[in-house]
Design a protein around this ligand. Sequence first.
Ligand code: AMP
Ligand code: ZN
Length: 116
Amino acid sequence: MVGNGCAFCRIVARESPAEIEYEDDEILAFKDLYPKAPVHLLIIPKRHIESLARLEPGDETVAGHCVRVARLLAERAGYGERGYRLSCNTGPEGGQVVYHLHFHLTAGHLTAGRRG
Ligand code: AMP
Ligand code: ZN
């Protein structure tokens, strides 16, 4: 859903509140409402793209830009060298709930996926 039907389009349009941490012409990053780690940001393209599974030719630019901004935000939060996780739930069995492409940037006290 686009526009009023999409929770993240409403944040982009400033029709819903969010704690915005970064913005440029293409991208917005804001705090996850229900953080699952000490740092938990969502990085989204402003333009409505449903999911990774709906990327069209040309969308890789904005997707790559999200990854670069994640690095910037991780460094800004002090986790550039310590490490962080960037994840993107995709589709119903991938755990996606909000169908506006978003990357989760999480850092601090991460345990899942650790080796040993
Ligand atoms: P998912 O679609 O499963 O990758 O995750 C959606 C994420 O969006 C969850 O971590 C929610 O806590 C978060 N979320 C949902 N609505 C909002 C909102 N209005 N502002 C900030 N985060 C939100
Ligand atoms: Zn949207």
